[in-house]
Design a protein around this ligand. Structure first.
Ligand SMILES: Nc1ncnc2c1ncn2[C@@H]1O[C@H](COP(=O)(O)OP(=O)(O)O)[C@@H](O)[C@H]1O
Ligand SMILES: [Mg+2]
Length: 222
């Protein structure tokens, strides 16, 4: 269970350009559910995802994942926690363009101190689930948008995290690749994952595997 209590994020606090991006957010996300954060650009979706993923600290409030208060973890512990428990698919993928698919995915395993055999097996498994094995030696800069996203998904799942977070996953995809993405999310949910997707794409409106839609507006859940 992910529990978010009285969460606030204020950028540039006490400065002339102070901005209250998240306003007293309270929500709970049960394990093995798929939830959507829906809202227009600027409503606070990416900020909330970053805080849940321990990539950013809140100004105040609490994020608890199962028994861990992740919002209070010091940075080193936060990155160790993230590596094990959270996979993040960034809007612009954040891949290393001059490295291969295989290398990009393998890099995400380095914090876990695994044997090279285990790394190889885990990378192969993640590529298979994300349907990108056929491009494993391709340099990322030579991939299509849909393939880059599949590489980013493989990297997000390589350490077998319980939670997968996707920021505007279909924003740069055509209809067919968006459908492929939905199918992959459904499969990941069937594997027991908890999935959080920020989007304003209406393609998600008719998905049966989505359990809850939270609407965001002006930094608030409405
Ligand atoms: N680092 C930052 N410094 C100041 N303002 C920020 C920062 N990051 C985001 N914001 C502001 O917070 C608001 C919410 O941003 P964001 O979470 O990216 O929204 P969304 O993902 O819904 O488009 C926006 O108005 C944005 O300009
Ligand atoms: Mg965003």
């Amino acid at each position: 269970m992910i529990k978010i209590e009285n969460l606030n994020k204020i950028f540039n606090e006490n400065k002339a350009n102070e901005f209250h991006a998240l306003k007293n957010i309270n929500l709970q996300i049960k394990n093995n559910t798929c939830i959507i954060l829906k809202g227009v650009s600027g409503s606070g979706k990416s900020t909330l995802l970053s805080i849940i993923a321990t990539l950013m600290k809140p100004s105040n409030g609490v994020v608890k994942i199962d028994e861990t208060i992740v919002s209070k973890l010091p940075d080193l512990h936060a990155s160790a926690f993230r590596a094990k428990h959270i996979g993040f698919v960034f809007q612009n993928y954040n891949l290393f363009n001059s490295f291969s698919v295989n290398e990009n995915i393998a890099m995400a395993t380095t914090t876990l101190n695994l044997s090279s055999k285990t790394i190889k097996d885990n990378v192969a498994k993640a590529m298979k689930i994300a349907n990108i094995s056929h491009k494993e030696n391709q340099t990322v800069s030579n991939l299509s948008g849909g393939e880059k996203q599949r590489c980013a998904i493989a990297r997000a799942i390589v350490n077998n995290p319980e939670i997968i977070i996707c920021d505007e996953p279909t924003a740069n995809l055509d209809k067919q690749n968006s459908q492929n993405f939905l199918q992959m999310i459904e499969e990941l949910k069937a594997l027991g994952k908890t999935i959080i997707i920020a989007t304003h794409d209406p393609i998600f409106d008719t998905c049966e595997f989505i359990d809850v839609v939270f609407h965001m507006e002006d930094g608030k859940i409405i």
